[in-house]
Write a protein that binds this ligand. Structure first.
Ligand SMILES: Cc1ncc(COP(=O)(O)O)c(C=O)c1O
Length: 460
C-alpha cells in the first residue's frame, strides 16, 4: 500500500501535526506513562496520535486545539443517547451531591434492575458488576456451577473482553485451557462440539462478531443456537454488551427473536458510566444464594457493583430506552449514512459497502452479493474479509483523513451512531467521507483490487 510514503500521506501527517499541536504536547507527556504508544486502550493507539479531547456534547466533541469532531466513537458504543444527555447529567449531578458510594444497599439499584428486566424479559435475575467482561466471566462461573461442566464454547472472531477465557484463543499471555472456538455461522461444527457433552456455556456476541456484527451472525444459525445448546445440556448466553439497549429496548434478543438462558450487558445499560451485568434464568443464579452449599456457592464481590453514581446514570438512561425512540433515531441516522455511503462507493468505483444498524461498518473487498439486507447481512460471508485485515492500512489512512475533516471514528470503517446524530451530521460526514475517499484515490492508496469500472457492477 503506497499511502505510507506518498507525498499526500506526508502532507496529511504534517497538516495533522500543525493542527494538533496541543495534542502533540500531551502525547509526549503520555508516552512517559503509558506503554501502549501513549494510549490507554489499544484501539486508541494511532500514528502519530489521536486527539486529546477536552469536552463533548450531543454528537460532537472538541480537542485541546479547538478542533471540533462529529463523534462516531460514542464512548466505544456506550452512548446511544449521545454525549452528556441532560437527563443523565442531571441524575449523576444530583447523585454525586448525595454520595458516590454508600457501601450499602440502595433503592436506585432496584429501580435499575426493574427497568432492565422490563426491557429484557429473560432477566428474572440481574447481577451487577463493573464492566462487560466481568459480566462474561461471571456468566461462565455461574454456568460451570449450574452444569457441573468446565468447558466453554465460543464462536470465532467474537469479542467478549481481554481476560484469559474471553480473549481470542492463543492471545499472547492468556490461558484458556477450557475454551474451544468454532467458526461463526457453522452449525455443524457447533453441534459436533456440543455433542461431546462437555460444555457448560455457549457464548456468542449479539448481532455477530465485533460491535454488533462487523461479521454478521446468520439469522438461521442464530435462531438454532438456544435449542442446540439445550439438547446437549449447555447453557446459552448472548453477549449483549454492545447490542443491549442499543439495538432495541430488548436488545439483539428482541430483534432476532431468540431467547437465551443468560445475557450479559454493559455499555449503554450504564448510560455512559462503567458497568456490566449478567441477566437471565433465576435457577442459574441460585449459586449466588448464600444458602447454597459451600461447594456450590459463588461469592460475588466487586467494589463497584451497582454503585449509586453509575446506578443513577443507568436508571436515567434506561428510563429513556423503554419506548425505543432513541434506538430508532440512532438507527435512522445510521441508515441514511449507510445507504448514501453505499451510493458514494458505487459512484467512486470503490469495491466495498457499508452495513449494520446503529453501528455502521465499512467492508472493503469483493461484493459476493449486492442484494444483502444491510441491517442483518453483509456483501461477503467470508469473516476474514469482513474483518478487513487485508485493508487495515487503508482503513487506518481513512481514519486519519476523516479526523482531519472533523469526523472521529475508532477505526476508519466503523461509525457508531447515537440519537444525537442529526441530518446535518450525516450530510457533513458524507461530505468528509467523499473528500477523504477522493483524496485516497488521488494518492493511489486504494489498490486496484478495490477499484471497479464505473458505473460499478457487482462482482460475480
Ligand atoms: C461484545 C462485547 N463484549 C464484552 C466487551 C467487554 O466489555 P468491557 O470493555 O466493558 O469490559 C466488549 C467491549 O467492547 C464487547 O464489545
Amino acid at each position: 500500500m503506497p499511502a505510507k510514503s506518498s507525498p499526500d500521506h506526508d502532507r496529511l501527517q504534517q497538516d495533522y501535526l500543525n493542527s494538533h499541536r496541543g495534542s502533540a504536547a500531551s502525547h509526549r507527556q503520555a508516552l512517559r506513562h503509558f506503554a501502549a504508544a501513549g494510549a490507554t486502550h489499544m484501539i486508541r493507539v494511532a500514528d502519530p496520535f489521536r486527539p486529546y479531547v477536552t469536552h463533548a456534547a450531543g454528537s460532537r466533541k472538541w480537542d485541546v486545539d479547538g478542533n471540533e469532531y462529529i463523534d462516531y466513537t460514542m464512548g466505544h458504543g456506550a452512548l446511544i443517547l449521545g454525549h452528556s444527555h441532560p437527563a443523565v447529567v442531571a441524575a449523576v449531578q444530583q447523585q454525586a451531591a448525595k454520595g458516590f458510594h454508600y457501601g450499602e444497599n440502595h433503592q436506585l439499584e432496584i429501580r435499575w434492575a426493574e427497568l432492565i428486566s422490563r426491557m429484557m424479559p429473560i432477566a428474572e435475575r440481574v447481577e451487577f458488576c463493573a464492566a462487560g467482561q466481568e459480566a462474561n466471566l461471571l456468566a461462565i462461573r455461574l454456568a460451570r456451577l449450574f452444569t457441573g461442566r468446565r468447558r466453554i464454547l465460543r464462536l470465532t472472531q467474537n469479542y467478549h473482553g481481554w481476560a484469559d477465557e474471553l480473549v481470542a484463543l492463543g492471545a499472547p499471555g492468556s490461558v484458556a485451557e477450557y475454551v474451544t472456538e468454532v467458526p461463526l455461522n457453522d452449525r455443524r461444527a457447533t453441534e459436533r462440539e456440543l455433542q461431546h457433552g462437555q460444555y457448560a456455556l455457549l457464548l456468542s456476541e449479539g448481532g455477530g462478531a465485533h460491535m454488533a456484527g462487523q461479521v454478521p451472525i446468520d439469522l438461521e444459525f442464530q435462531r438454532a443456537l438456544p435449542e442446540l445448546a439445550r439438547v446437549h445440556g449447555t447453557l446459552y448466553c448472548i453477549d449483549e454488551v454492545v447490542t443491549g439497549f442499543r439495538d432495541a429496548p430488548g436488545g439483539w434478543q428482541e430483534l432476532s427473536g431468540v431467547t437465551p438462558d443468560l445475557a450479559t450487558i454493559g455499555k449503554c445499560a450504564g448510560g455512559g458510566l462503567p458497568m456490566g451485568a449478567v441477566v437471565g434464568r433465576a435457577d442459574v443464579f441460585e449459586a449466588l444464594n448464600p444458602s447454597a452449599p459451600p461447594e456450590r456457592l459463588v461469592r460475588h464481590a466487586g467494589t463497584w457493583n451497582a454503585n449509586p453514581l453509575t446506578a443513577s446514570a443507568g436508571v436515567a438512561a434506561c428510563s429513556l430506552y423503554l419506548d425505543g425512540r432513541p434506538q430508532q433515531q440512532a438507527a435512522a441516522a445510521a441508515r441514511r449514512f449507510r445507504d448514501s455511503g453505499n451510493q458514494l462507493l458505487r459512484d467512486l468505483g470503490i469495491r466495498g459497502r457499508f452495513h449494520g444498524r446503529s453501528i455502521v461498518h465499512l467492508y472493503l473487498g469483493p461484493i459476493e452479493r449486492d442484494n444483502f439486507d444491510p441491517d442483518f447481512g453483509a456483501p461477503s460471508t467470508e469473516p476474514g474479509q469482513l474483518l478487513g485485515t487485508e485493508y487495515l492500512p487503508l482503513s487506518t489512512a481513512l481514519k486519519m483523513q476523516l479526523l482531519m475533516r472533523g469526523v472521529a471514528t475508532l477505526r476508519g470503517g466503523m461509525f457508531i451512531f447515537s440519537a444525537a446524530h442529526d441530518q446535518a451530521d450525516v450530510e457533513q460526514t458524507l461530505s468528509a467521507l467523499q473528500d477523504s475517499l477522493q483524496s485516497l484515490l488521488r494518492e493511489g492508496s486504494i489498490p486496484a483490487t478495490l477499484r471497479t469500472p464505473r458505473p460499478e457492477a457487482p462482482d460475480g
